[in-house]
Design a protein around this ligand. Structure first.
Ligand code: ARG
Length: 589
């Protein structure tokens, strides 16, 4: 183990290891620090101490019963003293330990201040290159609140991987061909609609919904006629020339420009943009190639792959009319990702409705002999529902991005009204924006991704409860205490760390010490929600500390300085954690 993430636990493990090894009879196998480190646990209840070491595992090596060994180690630790242990006691075979707060705080203050602390995971080992594909909206369709969950999860995941030292390629995959586009363009042509001067992207989305309604409500006779007209538009686009094709290109760009504005507002990054139209041709070639190889088979004029033995059915890859499908394009896309970007792992952030689709795609890739299929991972997530039920464009209860942004901004304006006159208009607008993004991002990621979530603007924008603004406020509150201190001529001073002795301080330090482990776990499980929970719990502990422990009214100036150093360390850690979630938090509120 090159670098243990929990430094205090490592130091304690070193001490315990030395004591155990002294007891091992000549010729016996020595224990390793890693083994001790991995055995030591964090008790859930802070009352039980900071660490607990169950001694079963090492008892045999020293030819003692576990409780005996626990007592022997305990005696050794108490006699030895050392920099890290404040207290040790045994409960049967368990050794319960309390860390020396002065040593821990000294260590954390300096590591966090220098920034070394936040590099620890990244420097542990060299990490392979990862591609995270997310967002993937369809052009000519409206971008709504449901799409924001994907953006928050995908962009957040990228930040999480980067914090942990992975080189990351953030990719988009635009759905820019197929029936939905033909329907939209068909409706425009049919009604000879003039394109508006502004907001064209959104206009396309509205037109698409209207086209769907027209088609759905049509009589059987009309429907057949309309469908033929739509197919004609589709063929015109595919012909790659002529007026319809030109308009497809122009209108496609309107949607993309809209998407870019949205990403810029929420601060989402993309390094590369793929599109369905770009892999279409390649998907045809794949069909030919693997039909020849006998991996794909013909079935009633269509071509597909038989995955019935894998309980994934028969997957059609080319229809009788010669067109490839969504799944076929994914085969081409997967190959392209690996061949062009030298990635080792490929993550797809896509809603759970497509669980079967990805199982089929990855299995097909495997049957094609594409070795990297095993390193393709679908990060599936549940739906965003509204308090009154599922969103449906038919029912007209979709919240578009524009409406979402507007509603959030108005909500935050109410909360920031008190700063009118005191702050500049720019600062108010900037804070408003940060709070809106924080509220929406946090709301989208704080629940387990597999679960459906209810979008509730009142709850999500509240400064109380498990929300983005609650966490952001904890940061601003700290900064405001630090500013007040400065006005009184007081600065944080880590030199006085040894004055911190309260249980509330200990609990907060424990959170600060566990930050990297929480991030790593979140990354390993692809669960941003677990990091969000950790930060929420840390903030609750912090706020409790503030109500129990005085900062600026502490007994001595030196104690004030020590506590300010703790606040400073907390603020830096929280800010870093929020940044991983994609939340840029204001300095004051
Ligand atoms: N554009 C697709 C949709 O809206 C999602 C694409 C997901 N990514 C993929 N590689 N299939 O359903």
């Amino acid at each position: 183990m090159a670098q243990a993430l929990d430094h205090s636990k490592w130091q304690i493990a070193l001490q315990i290891e030395a004591i155990i090894n002294q007891m091992i009879p000549e010729g016996g196998d020595r224990v390793r620090t890693e083994d001790v480190y991995n055995t030591i646990e964090r008790p859930k209840e802070p009352k039980m101490g900071d660490y607990a070491c169950p001694c079963f595992r090492f008892a045999k090596a020293v030819r003692k019963k576990p409780p005996e060994l626990a007592s022997a180690i305990c005696e050794g630790l108490l006699a030895d003293g050392g920099a890290w242990i404040e207290h040790a006691e045994t409960v049967g075979p368990f050794l319960n330990l309390k860390v020396k707060l002065a040593t821990l705080s000294k260590y954390l203050f300096s590591e966090v201040q220098s920034g070394e602390y936040f590099k620890k995971i990244a420097v542990q080992s060299e990490k392979p290159k990862v591609m995270i594909e997310y967002s993937q909206p369809n052009t000519h369709k409206v971008f709504h609140v449901g799409h924001m969950r994907n953006v928050a999860l995908g962009d957040g995941l990228g930040r999480l991987y980067e914090y942990c030292g992975y080189p990351v390629v953030m990719a988009n995959y635009i759905g820019d061909e197929g029936a939905h586009i033909a329907k939209c363009l068909w409706y425009i042509q049919k009604h000879n609609l003039k394109t508006p001067e502004q907001g064209q992207g959104e206009w396309l989305g509205e037109i698409y919904s209207k086209a769907c309604i027209l088609l759905e409500d049509a009589s059987a006779e009309e429907k057949a006629k309309y469908q033929e007209e739509v197919s004609e538009v589709l063929r015109a686009i595919e012909s790659k020339k002529g007026e319809t094709f030109d308009f497809w290109q122009t209108s496609r760009q309107w949607s993309i420009d809209d998407f870019k504005d949205i990403y810029s507002w929420v601060g989402a990054r993309f390094d590369h943009w793929f599109s369905e139209s770009e892999v279409s041709e390649e998907s045809q070639k794949i069909v030919e190639e693997f039909l020849d190889k006998g991996v794909f088979v013909e079935d009633d004029g269509a071509i597909g792959i038989d995955l019935k033995d894998d309980k994934l059915g028969f997957v059609i890859l080319r229809k009788r009319d010669g067109n490839t499908l969504y799944a076929t394009k994914d085969l081409a896309l997967a190959r392209r990702k690996y061949s062009e970007f030298e990635i080792i792992k490929s993550i797809y952030v896509v809603a759970s409705e497509q669980n079967l689709h990805f199982k089929q795609v990855f299995k097909t890739l495997e049957k094609m002999g594409f070795e990297q299929a095993k390193d393709c991972y679908h990060l599936s997530y549940g739906m965003v529902v509204l308090p009154d039920g599922k969103m449906s464009s038919r029912k007209g209860n979709v919240i578009t991005f524009k409406e979402l942004k507007q509603a959030l901004t108005v909500e935050m304006e109410k909360k920031l009204e008190k700063y009118q006159g005191e702050w500049t208009a720019e600062e108010i607008a900037d804070t408003n924006h940060k709070l809106c993004v924080g509220a929406i991002r946090y709301g989208m990621i704080c629940s387990d991704p597999v679960k459906d979530i209810v979008f509730n603007i009142q709850d999500w924008t509240s400064f109380e409860g498990n929300t983005g603004p609650y966490l952001m406020y904890a940061y601003a509150r700290t900064k405001s205490i630090m500013t007040k201190a400065q006005d009184q001529g007081l600065e944080a001073n880590p030199e006085f760390h040894h004055l911190l002795k309260e249980d509330d301080e200990r609990e907060l330090l424990r959170f600060l010490n566990d930050f990297n482990n929480a991030v790593l776990q979140s990354c390993e499980g692809n669960r941003l929600s677990s990091l969000a929970h950790f930060l929420f719990d840390m903030c609750k502990t912090y706020n409790r500390m503030l109500s129990n422990v005085s900062i600026l009214k502490a007994d001595s100036d030196d104690l004030k300085r020590a506590r300010l150093a703790l606040l400073d360390t907390f603020a830096t850690t929280l800010k870093t954690g929020l940044e991983i979630l994609g939340i840029n938090t204001p300095e004051r509120m």
